[in-house]
Every structure is written in C-alpha cells, then in structure tokens.
Write a protein that binds this ligand. Structure first.
Ligand SMILES: Cc1cc2nc3c(=O)[nH]c(=O)nc-3n(C[C@H](O)[C@H](O)[C@H](O)COP(=O)(O)OP(=O)(O)OC[C@H]3O[C@@H](n4cnc5c(N)ncnc54)[C@H](O)[C@@H]3O)c2cc1C
Ligand code: FES
Length: 255
C-alpha cells in the first residue's frame, strides 16, 4: 500500500558524471518495499508532477536511489543537501517475482538501480553493461557485497568484455543454470535479452519506463498495449513478463 513519507536526506553525492546516489532515512518505506518497485518524489511546490525513481536499496532502514541528472527535476534534486526533507510517495508498482534458485540480473546504465535491490533480496549473479569504465565502476562496488558473480561489458571495452550485455549473455547462460532473468535498461537491450531468454525457455521479467503523472493507476497516462490488453506501467508494472510486452514474431514491442 503506497504511503506518503517525509524522509531526511542522509547523503546525496555525485558518483559519476551527472549520476547521483541519494540515501534517505525511511525505515517504514524500506520495510515495505520490494525489488523492482519505485517511488515518486515531490521535487518542490514549483513542480506539478512528481518524478518516478527506482528503489535501489532498502538495507538498514535506509532507502537508496540512483538518478541521472537529465532535466529540471533531477537537477533540482541534485542540489538538495544532507538534512533536507523530501516528500516521497511509495512503494509503487508490483516488483519482480520472488523465485527459487539463482537468478541472473541483466542491466545497463541506470537500469542497474532496481537490479541492485534485487541482488540484495534474491540469490543472484549480475551481468552489467555501460558505456565506459567510469559508468560501471561504482555499480561494481555497489553490487560486490550482494551479487555472487559479476560479469561486465562496456561499449568502448575500457573494462570487462567489449560490446553489449547481449553479446556476453549466451556465454554466461551456457556456464550456469538460472531460474530466471530479471532485466532493466534501455528497451532495445531488454528486447535482446528477452529474445535470448525465450530461445532458452527461461522466464524473463523486464522493467518498463513510461512518463507518469499520478503513479497510482488513476490517470492512464502510462498505459501500454500488451498481449493481455491495455496495462498501466505504474500499477500493473513496471515489471512485466517479457512475453506480455514483446512481440517476438514481428520483433516489435507492443507499445
Ligand atoms: C518506474 C520508473 C523508474 C525510474 N527509475 C529511475 C532511476 O532509478 N534512476 C533514474 O535516473 N531515472 C529513473 N527513471 C527516469 C526518471 O523518472 C526521469 O529521468 C526523471 O523523471 C526526469 O525528470 P526531470 O525533471 O529531471 O526531467 P524532465 O525531462 O524535465 O522531465 C519532464 C517530465 O517528464 C518525465 N520524464 C522524463 N524522463 C522520463 C523517463 N525516462 N521516464 C519517465 N518519466 C520521465 C518527468 O517525470 C517529468 O514529468 C525512472 C522512470 C520510471 C517510469
Ligand atoms: S501514472 Fe497515472 S495511471 Fe500510471
């Protein structure tokens, strides 16, 4: 059940260019959150719409969020100081399905944020990708205490394997048995991951991003078409079975 919280900022630091790690003191929210869920931040009274951001960690009564500064809202958030209060609505959405056995987390860029929470809550390996060494270094440090094994790719080959996560995925799957793949990142990446999972008959859950207003299933602004009809990303998702949202026959996402 989503609630409104006033949380105190414990840290808000730039960990890579334009990428911030925000930690807030929010024990009740942490206790009631599942991996894959998100929160809506009220930025200030000057902003009508809240901003959706994924929950990246819930350990020790603290909620961690990683965000990239892309526009007015995230820029404003990046200037908030330790000790400031934030108005947070959460936890929202459905979250990843808990499973027996080890899962493989496959993420790129900021898509690694909700997967970090999955690494905390499930037995998991992670296959992570980024553009450069700087974009993956801090993620490696965050995942190390939680993921059992970390596989790495970069677009420029500056660290890990050269290429995309989808280049490395067949090899990773050949070496171990996983009960499912949980993925989050650019849609083109998730579609490639889902296709490889389908070929292996492996369950695959994807995390969808849509522009949102209410975040509570009331305004319909985040609706997408799926094989099961119209679904709301904020309420029915953001986590979907890949077969529900990707059309493998035509290789087009349903929305
Ligand atoms: C479920 C969900 C989880 C997300 N988790 C993260 C995360 O963990 N880390 C992270 O960096 N980003 C995440 N995003 C994207 C993040 O919400 C946007 O980058 C952010 O809202 C941009 O706000 P802005 O004011 O800085 O940008 P502006 O472009 O000025 O925003 C204008 C409007 O568009 C919306 N908007 C812009 N980009 C997006 C987007 N990609 N998705 C949805 N709405 C958008 C904003 O919320 C705002 O209402 C997530 C989005 C969704 C839907
Ligand atoms: S944002 Fe309003 S229904 Fe999803």
């Amino acid at each position: 059940m989503a609630q409104n919280f006033i949380a105190t900022i414990l840290s808000n630091d730039e960990v890579a260019e334009k990428i911030f790690k925000l930690t807030v003191d929010a024990a009740e929210l942490a206790e009631n959150s599942r991996a894959g869920q998100f929160v809506q931040f009220k930025i200030s009274d000057d902003f009508t719409l809240r901003r959706p951001l994924g929950i990246a960690s819930t350990i020790g009564g603290r909620v961690k969020i990683f965000y990239r500064v892309v526009g007015r809202g995230t820029e404003f958030l990046s200037r908030r100081q330790v000790g400031d209060s934030l108005n947070i609505l959460g936890a929202l959405g459905n979250g990843y399905t808990p499973r027996d056995g080890k899962v493989l987390l496959v993420g790129g860029g900021m898509g690694l944020a909700p997967l970090l929470c999955a690494a905390e809550q499930f037995s998991a390996d992670v296959l992570m990708g980024g553009r450069t060494r700087d974009e993956v270094n801090f993620w490696q440090a965050e995942f190390r205490p939680h993921a059992e094994e970390i596989f790495l790719t970069t677009d420029d080959g500056s660290v890990g394997r050269y290429g995309f996560v989808t280049d490395a995925l067949p090899e990773v799957l050949a070496a171990k048995n996983y009960s499912a793949i949980l993925t989050c990142g650019p849609e083109i990446m998730m579609r490639g991951v889902a296709r490889i999972a389908a070929a292996k008959n492996l369950p695959c859950e994807v995390s969808f991003e849509k522009r949102m207003a209410c975040g509570l299933g009331a305004c319909l602004s985040c609706s997408i078409d799926t094989v099961n009809g119209r679904r709301k990303v904020c309420k029915d998702g953001p986590i979907f079975d890949a077969r529900e949202v990707f059309d493998y026959e035509s290789d087009n996402p349903h929305d």
